[in-house]
Every structure is written in C-alpha cells, then in structure tokens.
Design a protein. Structure first.
Length: 288
C-alpha cells in the first residue's frame, strides 16, 4: 500500500515512492544544471541565449554580496548606437573617455577612476582649466575686426590694458604691396631715400654751379670781343676767350659798317664744359 505524503504523515514509504522522489530531485538538478528552470535560464542548448528573470518582473538587478559589492567580469563589448541597451565593458568606457581627453587636449588624460583630468590651456600667458574659460580669454585677448552698426568692418583697432597706443613686436619684413613693414624696413627706406635725395640734390646743385660758372665764362668771352670803328661797307671778325671760377669759354664776333653813320655787330660764345652758349647783337648809330 502506498502511503499518503504530507507534512504530518508518519507512514512508511515504499521503494517506488522513494524512486519517484529521487527522480524528481535528479530531474530538478539536471534542469538547474542545464539552465532550463530558475531566474537564470539558457534557451536553445549550451550555446543558446542566457536570460535572467525573463519570466518575472522587477527592474533592478543586483550582484552584490553580504560583505561587499561584486565586480562583474567577462563582459563582451556591447553595441554602441542610439538604440543600444547593451552593457558596456571597461575597455569601451576607457576608449570613450580617452577620445574625450584627446579632443580636449591641453594635457588632459584619463584618471584611474575613469574620470578625465582637467586640461591646461595657455592663452595670453595665463593657464585655464576649462574650454569655456579658455575661449572667453581667447575672445577677450584676440584681435578682432571693428564693428559698426552690427557689421564687421575692414579695419582693426588694437587696444591693450589702457586706451593708449599698442606696440606690435617681432614683425617680419613685408614683401607684398599690401604687407606691413617693420621699423628696420622703414629706417632702411628712409636712409635710402635720404641718400638718393642727397645724391640727386648734389647732382642738381653741381650742374647749376657748373652752368653758372660757364655763364660767367661765356659773358667774359663776349666782353672780350673788340669793337672796331670801320669804314662804310667794311667788316671785321674778332675772337676772344674768357674765364670765370675755373670755367673757360670762347667767343667769336663780327662787325660791319652799313652806312657812314650805322654800324652793326653780333657775337656768340661757347663753353665746352656744359655746352653753354651766350650771344648778343647790336647796332651803333653815329650822330654828326
């Protein structure tokens, strides 16, 4: 006779009942080992998907123990996209944070706890630890175009710590027609201009002085022509040489008596140094 099992039964069980119980325990053990029952299950055999709590509710999942929290290892890289609900592992997080640090620059690195160290941006000789502060400083200290009526102009007004003029240092020598020149170029240009102007002035003054000397010499040569009292229809050719302040000129003159009371004369002089010439002409009328 088969005993009825219950929590208060004192009946003896037979072998078939014990066998059935052992089979149930064995089947339960195999099901747990195969992952086909319980909160953690594996669907589709040893290589199938493993689910956790798929047949029950509850959102949070904890792997913490009685003594401390646990580290979950062996996590494969999860998909990274706008719709992904995969868990990410440490290497993925490190790569993501490293890309942020590299994008920030300024010596930023990944700390051992996964945070990003503060960068160090040097702007205008000062160090800033954030992108916003560096951009603000860069905008304040940068050279900007003038703005009029909300529109950017083709001009730049430099202003430093005060309203006074601003000096620009270490300016390279300009080459193109619209390039800025430095002081050295300006000084060289002024020196060249001064030298050329002096040479030109000296040349022009020298030419004027030479011409003045030759003018004096030609005048002296003309003055040296001898006027001869001629008879009617009689002519005379005269020659002379003159000098002035080192210059020499030669003169030739001609006199002719047209009538007993009228005599004409003409003369010309030439200075070979500057090719300067002078001439004169005249007439004499004799009153009885």
């Amino acid at each position: 006779m088969v005993a009825a099992p219950s929590s208060t039964s004192t009946d003896a069980v037979n072998g078939s009942q014990l066998y059935a119980t052992n089979q149930d325990i064995s089947n339960l053990t195999n099901s747990i080992a195969n992952g086909t029952i319980g909160l953690v299950r594996q669907i589709g055999g040893p290589n199938g998907m493993i689910t956790v709590g798929a047949q029950t509710g509850g959102a949070p999942v904890s792997v913490g123990g009685t003594a401390r929290n646990r580290v979950l290892t062996g996590v494969a890289p999860g998909a990274v996209n706008a719709r992904s609900v995969d868990a990410l592992n440490g290497s993925q997080l490190f790569a993501s944070v490293s890309s942020v640090a590299n994008a920030l620059g300024g010596g930023s690195t990944v700390n051992p706890d996964g945070t990003v160290s503060r960068p160090a941006y040097v702007v205008g000789g000062k160090t800033y630890g954030s992108v916003g502060d560096a951009l603000t400083a860069g905008t304040a200290d940068s050279i900007q175009y003038d703005v009029a009526n909300g529109a950017r102009q083709n001009s730049i007004t430099l202003q430093g710590g005060s309203s006074g003029p601003v000096a620009i240092h270490n300016v390279a020598a300009g080459a193109a027609p619209t390039d800025a020149v430095n002081v050295q170029q300006l000084n060289d240009g002024l020196a060249s201009l001064n030298q050329n102007s002096r040479a030109y002035t000296d040349q022009r003054v020298g030419q004027a002085m030479a011409l003045a000397r030759d003018a004096g010499a030609t005048s002296a040569a003309l003055a040296g022509l001898n006027r001869v009292d001629l008879k009617t229809k009689q002519g005379a050719l005269s020659m002379a040489v003159g000098g002035f302040s080192g210059a020499t000129a030669f003169a030739v003159g001609y006199d002719y008596r047209l009538t007993p009371v009228l005599q004409v004369h003409a003369g010309g002089s030439f200075a070979p140094n500057t090719s300067a010439t002078s001439w004169n002409a005249g007439a004499s009328y004799i009153f009885d």
